[in-house]
Every structure is written in C-alpha cells, then in structure tokens.
Ligand binder design. Structure first.
Ligand SMILES: NC(=O)c1ccc[n+]([C@@H]2O[C@H](COP(=O)([O-])OP(=O)(O)OC[C@H]3O[C@@H](n4cnc5c(N)ncnc54)[C@H](OP(=O)(O)O)[C@@H]3O)[C@@H](O)[C@H]2O)c1
Length: 161
C-alpha cells in the first residue's frame, strides 16, 4: 500500500532503505520479519551502515505489541511517521493514539508524527482507501509535517465500512 510513496521518495533523490520480508526484490531493500527482534535490529543497523543516520522513517506495523517499533524509534535521528489503522481513531478508545506514541517516549532525537488511515464516505455508503490514496495521503502528511494527519476521514465513525 506504500509502494507509491516509496517511488515518490525515491524520486526525491535521497538514500532510501526498505525493510520487509520480501524487500530485497526492490532497490535498497533488506529482507526481515519485524516479529524477529534480532533480525529486525540487524536489518536496521545494516540500513544505517549503508545509508547513514535515519533522518526520516515511515513505518507501518500490523501491531505495536512487538519490539520492532521501539527498535526503529531508538535509531531515528529526525522524524518518524507512524502509519496507523483506522481503529486508532475509534472514539470508544480515546487513549489509542497516545498509546501508539509511546514507542518514541523518552527518545529526544525521535520526533514522532502520526498518520491515521481512515475511510471515505461515498454515494451514501463508505469504502476503505485505495493503495494510491494511502501512498498519496502519507506523502502529503510527510510534506506537511503535522503531528497528526488523517488520510480520508474517521468521522462520522459509524460510517466506517
Ligand atoms: N484504512 C484503509 O482504508 C486501509 C486500506 C488498505 C489497508 N489498510 C490497512 O493497512 C494494512 C496493510 O495493508 P496491505 O494490504 O498493504 O498489507 P500487507 O500486504 O499485509 O502488508 C503491508 C506491508 O507490510 C510488510 N509486512 C507484512 N508483514 C511483515 C512482517 N512480519 N515483517 C516485515 N514486513 C511485513 C509487507 O511486505 P512483505 O510482504 O515484503 O513483508 C508489506 O509491504 C492492512 O492490514 C489494513 O489494516 C487500511
């Protein structure tokens, strides 16, 4: 879903590292499973060895109840954009955004930004975002550099697909 974002950032001419299980299929890719704490830390360190300090991180994890988000935040020397699912904005659980932000707690060099993926209300119904909308929305959030960005909408919450 973030492929378009990767392509846009690559076009900016900076040095880019991609970390995922099958990332080595693409330039700058390093294979790793973020559930494997040691392997993820090694992959991050390999990326830093290759490209220098992490000035901008854009991170999607299916869960924050693993070590990987904190391992990344500990290595960021600039901004970290945390991409979050729509459930983070569920008004029934108002503490979720703050809980997610805890990955960067106490890390002076990691300036956390949050990007919540919402949905779209259309034609009397609603739908999830397309990959293009997600990549475009996260790119816009990076450019605008707000502490919190919503891609699409999370209100009215009962309209969530
Ligand atoms: N709000 C919305 O409208 C909306 C729309 C679409 C998606 N989403 C949310 O976004 C999530 C991701 O969607 P997606 O279809 O792109 O999901 P996905 O294909 O399952 O995973 C997204 C990325 O994470 C990587 N990844 C997955 N598991 C990994 C692991 N264990 N270690 C390292 N990297 C891992 C994948 O690459 P590798 O396969 O190379 O590991 C892929 O690049 C969904 O779960 C959904 O909640 C929201």
């Amino acid at each position: 879903m973030l492929s378009g974002l990767v392509e846009a950032l690559a076009g900016d001419g900076g040095r880019l590292s991609l970390l995922s299980r099958h990332a080595s299929q693409r330039p700058g890719g390093i294979d790793c499973d973020y559930h494997d704490e040691a392997a993820f830390a090694r992959a991050l360190d390999a990326a830093i060895e290759r490209n220098g300090p992490v000035e901008l991180a854009i991170a999607w994890f299916h869960t924050l109840k693993i070590a990987a988000p904190r391992l990344l935040a500990q290595r960021v020397r600039g901004r970290m954009f945390q991409v979050l699912g729509s459930a983070t904005a569920d008004p029934a659980y108002p503490h979720r955004l703050a809980a997610a932000a805890a990955v960067a707690e106490g890390l002076a060099e990691c300036r956390l930004r949050q990007v919540v993926l919402g949905f779209r209300v259309v034609d009397g119904g609603s739908r999830w975002l397309t990959n293009a909308e997600i990549s475009g929305g996260v790119l816009e959030a990076v450019r605008a550099d707000r502490p919190l960005s919503i891609v699409g909408q999370v209100e009215p919450w009962p309209a969530r697909p």
